[in-house]
Design a protein around this ligand. Structure first.
Ligand code: PMP
Length: 355
C-alpha cells in the first residue's frame, strides 16, 4: 500500500484511475479507445461539455464566466496572460509570495511594466506579505492562492478595485471560495483536477473582451472562447481525466464537503507536528497551507532516517522541494485521511524513539 504525498503530478481518486484505464481500452462501450476518437465527434464533444458544466456547477459560477481547457501547464499562463492583457505602456500588479509567483512576474516583464506590490522573498517566502496597496490604474492584480513549494496559502481574497487574477494551480476546488470575485483564474490540472497537460481557465467574458489583438491565434483567449476550447486538437485524454475527477468531486458532496476533509487532514498533520519538538515548522502559522505542509527537523542529522522510515511505510513524495529542503507533505483532494493518520502515527513513533 502506497501513501502518495507527491506535490504534482499527484494522487487522483482510485475510481478515476480505474475508469480512465477502462476508457483507454474501450470508451463508453464504443469499441474504441478514448485515445483514438476524433475530438470533433459527438463522443468527445460530450466529454468537454460535461467537464465545462461540472466546473460551472462546482465553482458556482455566474453566467458571465467562460470556462476553457487549454494546452500547457500553468507556466504557459505565466506568459499567455500578460501577452493578452499587458503592453509596453501599461502596468500589471503582482504579489511576490513564492517561487511560482516570481516566475509569473519574470514572464510578465517581457510584455510590459510590472509593479511588485510586496514580496516576502527576503524571509525565504515563509509568509504572505500582509500590507500592500494595489495601484488602481494597473490592468490587473496577480497572486498565487497557494504557494506549493513554500507551503503558504492566502486564506482571504484580496480586495482590489482592478481585475483580480489568480494562479490556483495547487488549491483549486479544495476549499469554498467566491470564485466569481475573480476576473481570471488559471490552474494546471495535475494536482486537484486531473492529469498533466491541460490548464483550466475561468474568466470573465468582459475581461476577455479587453484582450490584445495581433498575437498568435493559439495565445488569444478570445479565439479559444469562440472555438469552445477546440481551436486545435485539445489534450483529449487529460480533459477526460479532469471530467472523471470532477465527477468524483461532485459525488462526494462538492467543494464544501471537500473543504471539511481537507481541514481535517491538515489539522491532524499540523497539530501532530506542533506537538513533537523534534520537528520545526518554518511557515508563519496564519499563512500555513492546507495543501502543502512544509517542515524540517531541528536536528538535520535525523532527516535521512526519517526519510527512510517513511519509505519503509510505503510513503512517497515526502521530500521537500530541492530549493527549500526538509519535507513537504502534499494533502491534495484525493489524498485520503488514512494516509495522514499513518504518517502522523509514524511521526509519533519516530519522535519517541529519537526525541
Ligand atoms: N503555479 C503553481 C502554484 C504551481 O504549483 C506550479 C507547479 N507545481 C506551476 C504554477 C507550474 O505548473 P506547470 O508545471 O504545470 O507549468
Amino acid at each position: 500500500m502506497k501513501h502518495n504525498f507527491n506535490a504534482g503530478p499527484s494522487i487522483l481518486p482510485r475510481v478515476v484511475f480505474e475508469e480512465a484505464s477502462r476508457a483507454i481500452l474501450d470508451f463508453n462501450g464504443t469499441g474504441l479507445s478514448i485515445l483514438e476518437i476524433g475530438h470533433r465527434t459527438p463522443l468527445f464533444e460530450a466529454v468537454l461539455q460535461e467537464a465545462v458544466s461540472l466546473v460551472k456547477e462546482l465553482m458556482q459560477l455566474k453566467e458571465d464566466k467562460e470556462v476553457l481547457f487549454l494546452h500547457g501547464g500553468a507556466s504557459t499562463q505565466f506568459f499567455q496572460l500578460p501577452m493578452n492583457f499587458l503592453s509596453k505602456d501599461t502596468t500589471a500588479a503582482y504579489l511576490d509570495a513564492g517561487v511560482w509567483g516570481s516566475k509569473a512576474i519574470k514572464e510578465a516583464k517581457l510584455f510590459g511594466n510590472v509593479k511588485v506590490v510586496a514580496s516576502s522573498k527576503e524571509t525565504q517566502y515563509d509568509r504572505i506579505p500582509d500590507s500592500y496597496s494595489v495601484p488602481d490604474d494597473a490592468v490587473y492584480f496577480h497572486y498565487t492562492t497557494n504557494n506549493t513549494i513554500e507551503g503558504t496559502q492566502m486564506h482571504a481574497i484580496p480586495a482590489v478595485n482592478i481585475p483580480l487574477v489568480a494562479d490556483m494551480s495547487s488549491d483549486i476546488l479544495s476549499r469554498e471560495m467566491d470564485f466569481n470575485r475573480f476576473d481570471f483564474i488559471y490552474a494546471g490540472a495535475q494536482k486537484n483536477i486531473g492529469a498533466a497537460g491541460v490548464n483550466l481557465v475561468v474568466a470573465n467574458k468582459g475581461f476577455l473582451e479587453k484582450g490584445n489583438t495581433g498575437i498568435p491565434s493559439m495565445m488569444e483567449y478570445r479565439q479559444h472562447v469562440a472555438n469552445g476550447s477546440m481551436l486545435n486538437t485539445p489534450p483529449v485524454f487529460a480533459i477526460y481525466v479532469c471530467l472523471l475527477t470532477l465527477r468524483w468531486l461532485k459525488s462526494i458532496g462538492g467543494v464544501a464537503a471537500m473543504e471539511k476533509i481537507n481541514e481535517q487532514k491538515a489539522s491532524l498533520l499540523y497539530n501532530t507536528l506542533e506537538s513533537l519538538p523534534i520537528f520545526h515548522l518554518p511557515v508563519a502559522p496564519q499563512d500555513r497551507s492546507l495543501m502543502n505542509a512544509v517542515f524540517t527537523m531541528k536536528d538535520p542529522d535525523l532527516e535521512a532516517s526519517f526519510l527512510q522510515a517513511c519509505k519503509e511505510e510505503g510513503m512517497v513524495g515526502v521530500k521537500g522541494h530541492r530549493s527549500v529542503g526538509g519535507f513537504r507533505i502534499s494533502l491534495y483532494n484525493a489524498l485520503p485521511l488514512s494516509s495522514v493518520e499513518t504518517l502522523t502515527t509514524l511521526m509519533k513513533h519516530f519522535a519517541s524513539k529519537h526525541g
